[in-house]
Design a protein around this ligand. Structure first.
Ligand SMILES: C[S@@+](CC[C@H](N)C(=O)[O-])C[C@H]1O[C@@H](n2cnc3c(N)ncnc32)[C@H](O)[C@@H]1O
Length: 361
């Protein structure tokens, strides 16, 4: 796969970034969320450990020949389709060994536990169509890490293209190795830039997103305003910027939330510290395994817990003409989220929520 990279690597936020995944259960606090949307753990972080596979050549990250582990892939949704025709005994995927801190790949666990790229990509496409009446084709993902969302975007339509910005070559390299092997023409339709998110796009995006709360590493209002201004200038006319945000009273509690994840590990979202005077927010992710081992502090986030109205105001100030929040509906049980998001001016006063912010140029 050919990849396009910038040589410029500002380190401004390198030490601040972190990954995380609050669970936005619409209902009670500590119960792990089950619905993919509401329970979706979103994350924005920097790995505390180096990724195991890295292919960096002269400042460029290049894709390695696919060397995916069959067992790993076999455990993933959609793998059966990819392996179509491989119904012989010989082609049967080997049974996966139980996960353990000694052998697990933290980046893979992260993707399994906190990301729902197909749902996010579908949401982006739906919102853009609703606001503009046309299909979005070119996506830019800020803080793209492994580019998991970009890969889902490419998979949605053969004319879809994407570019991602991240200052850290490690997750980018991991993503090139693990996330794009089903997209045969990914090299033609996708590029990564090892650059700060405030750098302009190679091609003006129809839709631009900063998922999994990554933008919350920008902790000063002026810095956030500058970032949003660069996003506004970068979009096509009428283009759309989508963020997600985590809130509700439980978001401010110093607590751990624990959730079991297939194929057999426990994800722990650790809200370590929240300072009400500044909004400073320290969260971590740990993974626990059935053999009693644990990976602690795999991702470590130092964010500001921004409030929704603050962010909407800054987006308006940055020049966006239409700024909305989209909230998830409630399931038949009257408690859980139903995965369907709609524009809602007032929001819903849940103990913990994840909602989308949609801003149109
Ligand atoms: C955990 S990742 C987010 C991955 C992915 N977008 C997701 O949905 O989970 C956050 C990323 O932001 C990157 N990052 C932090 N500050 C940045 C900046 N100023 N410009 C570009 N990338 C940045 C980090 O290198 C890290 O890979």
């Amino acid at each position: 796969m050919r990849a396009l990279f910038g040589s410029h690597l500002p380190l401004l936020f390198r030490s601040m970034a972190a990954t995380r995944t609050p669970s936005a259960s619409k209902s009670t606090s500590t119960s792990p969320s089950k619905a993919p949307s509401k329970s979706k753990r979103k994350a924005t972080a920097q790995r505390a450990e180096p990724s195991p596979e890295r292919h960096v050549v002269d400042g460029e990250v290049v894709a390695a020949a696919p060397k995916r582990k069959t067992a790993k892939k076999g455990a993933k949704k959609g793998a059966a389709k990819a392996a179509k025709g491989a119904k012989t005994k010989a082609a049967k995927a080997p049974k996966r060994a139980p996960l353990s801190a000694r052998t697990a790949d933290p980046m893979e666990l992260y993707q399994l536990a906190v990301q729902s790229p197909e749902l996010d990509a579908a949401f982006l496409a739906r919102v853009f169509k609703k606001l503009t009446g046309r299909e979005a084709r070119h996506l830019r993902e800020d803080f793209c890490g492994t580019g998991y969302l970009m890969a889902a975007w490419l998979a949605r339509h053969k004319e879809n293209t994407a570019e991602g910005f991240d200052i850290d070559p490690e997750p980018v390299s991991w993503g090139l190795t693990h996330n794009f092997d089903k997209i045969v023409d990914a090299a033609e339709r996708c590029s990564f830039h090892l650059k700060d998110v405030r750098e302009p796009s190679h091609k003006k995006p129809d839709i631009r997103t900063s998922p999994n709360f990554s933008w919350m590493i920008l902790t000063e209002r002026q810095t956030m305003l500058e970032y949003f201004r660069t996003v506004h200038a970068d979009l096509v006319d009428g283009g759309v910027f989508v963020l997600d945000i985590y809130g509700g009273p439980e978001a401010m509690e110093e607590m751990e939330e624990v959730r079991k994840v297939s194929p057999g590990f426990t994800y722990v979202w650790d809200q370590k510290r929240y300072d009400p005077a500044t909004g400073a927010y320290h969260c971590r992710i740990h993974f626990r395994f059935k053999d009693g081992t644990e990976l602690r502090n795999v991702f470590d986030y130092h964010w500001r817990l921004w409030t929704l109205p603050e962010v909407l105001d800054i987006l308006r100030e940055a020049g966006f003409q239409r700024v909305e929040s989209w909230w998830e509906g409630t399931d038949a049980d009257g408690v859980s989220g139903n995965g369907v998001f709609r524009q809602n001016d007032k929001g819903e006063n849940c103990p913990a929520w994840v909602t989308y912010i949609v801003a149109q140029k």
